[in-house]
Structure formats: structure tokens, C-alpha cells
Design a protein around this ligand. Structure first.
Ligand SMILES: [Zn+2]
Length: 193
């Protein structure tokens, strides 16, 4: 009985970590704000509704939890010892979604920066990462001004491409279900996630 309870509790905790407005995400937002950047959150009109979007700079930022997004070679991405099949499926789905979403965003002219949870551990590391992030954003923003000038002449073409990519993004979710089906045995248990 108590085992079931702790499992439910852990599943709840995990889903919190996986969701929006996570602690690392808030750290990045605060850090960017303090460095003078203004941004939009979870823009649903863009593939994968990126966590943080800076339209002026053409930058989309994903703040990824190391466990959930399977950060390669990261010591914080260790998998739990129970329900392995379930966690591996979930992580595989997230990784696939991250890859395809990034490709879609890039095709739309966005530059995607991923900030990993482990890069924000400790005040010194966190500040260093945020300084670097600010530099990256400014650098990308410079080249965006040149890109925009080129794009102005093909606005209708860009609109068409945008619609096509959003359509494909919708297909991706169905594709993920096919590629990495969640075993039905545990699908029920995680319905609330
Ligand atoms: Zn990591």
C-alpha cells in the first residue's frame, strides 16, 4: 500500500519536473530579464511551443531537465531502477520531439539554444551560463538583422512554409506514438500526466 502511494507521489513529482515553469526555466527567465532581455513564454504558434522566445533576436530557448530529456553523458540523467521501460519510453519520446521540433524551428528561421538543468546548478555556474547565453543571443541577433533583410522579399513564401511546418509538427505527435508506444500496462497509470 505504502509502495503504491510513494509511486504515485514520485510520478507526481516527476510530472512537475517535466512541466512548464520549472525551477531551471524560472532561473533562465530571471537571468535574461536582469540582463535586459524581453521575451515571450511558451509561444503556442511555434513548433513545440518553446519555453522562451526572443522574436527580436530570432532565438528560441529550451530549458531542459537532464533526466526527462536524456542529457547525454550527464550525471544527473540517471534513470530510476523501477519502471525502466516506462521512463525509457518517455525519455525517447522527449528526445525525438526535441530533435524534430528543433529542425522545424530552424526551418522557420529560428535559432534554438538548449539550456540544460545541470548548467544552472550552483550560483557561479548558473551566472556563467546566463552570461554566455546573453552573449549567444546578441550574436545571433546580429545575423538575424541581415537575414530579415533577405527574407522581406519572400513573405508569402515564408507564410506557406510556416503553415506546412506547423502541419508537420502536428503529425509528429502521432508519429511519436507509433515509434515509441507507451506500454498499455502503464499508460493507464500515467493518464494524468
Ligand atoms: Zn545535464
Amino acid at each position: 500500500m505504502s509502495d503504491t502511494l510513494s509511486q504515485t507521489q514520485r510520478s507526481y513529482n516527476m510530472s512537475r519536473i517535466c512541466g512548464k515553469n520549472t525551477k531551471p526555466e524560472i532561473l533562465v527567465r530571471k537571468g535574461l530579464h536582469a540582463r535586459g532581455f524581453r521575451f515571450r513564454l511558451h509561444n503556442k504558434k511555434l513548433p513545440g511551443s518553446p519555453d522562451i522566445v526572443l522574436p527580436k533576436y530570432g532565438v528560441a530557448i529550451m530549458v531542459n531537465g537532464c533526466f526527462w530529456h536524456g542529457h547525454k553523458g550527464c550525471r544527473y540523467a540517471t534513470k530510476p531502477k523501477t519502471n525502466i521501460e516506462f521512463w525509457e519510453t518517455k525519455i525517447a519520446r522527449n528526445r525525438h520531439r526535441d530533435e524534430v521540433t528543433t529542425a522545424h524551428l530552424e526551418a522557420l528561421g529560428w535559432t534554438v539554444i538548449t539550456v540544460w538543468e545541470c548548467e544552472l546548478r550552483g550560483k557561479l555556474e548558473s551566472n556563467a551560463r546566463l552570461d554566455k547565453l546573453a552573449d549567444e543571443i546578441r550574436f545571433i541577433g546580429e545575423s538575424k538583422i541581415q537575414q530579415d533583410a533577405r527574407r522581406l522579399c519572400s513573405k508569402t513564401e515564408l507564410k506557406k512554409m510556416k503553415q506546412e511546418i506547423l502541419r508537420r509538427q502536428a503529425q509528429l505527435e502521432a508519429e511519436i506514438d507509433l515509434l515509441f508506444p507507451i506500454p498499455t500496462r502503464i499508460k493507464k497509470a500515467s493518464l494524468e500526466e
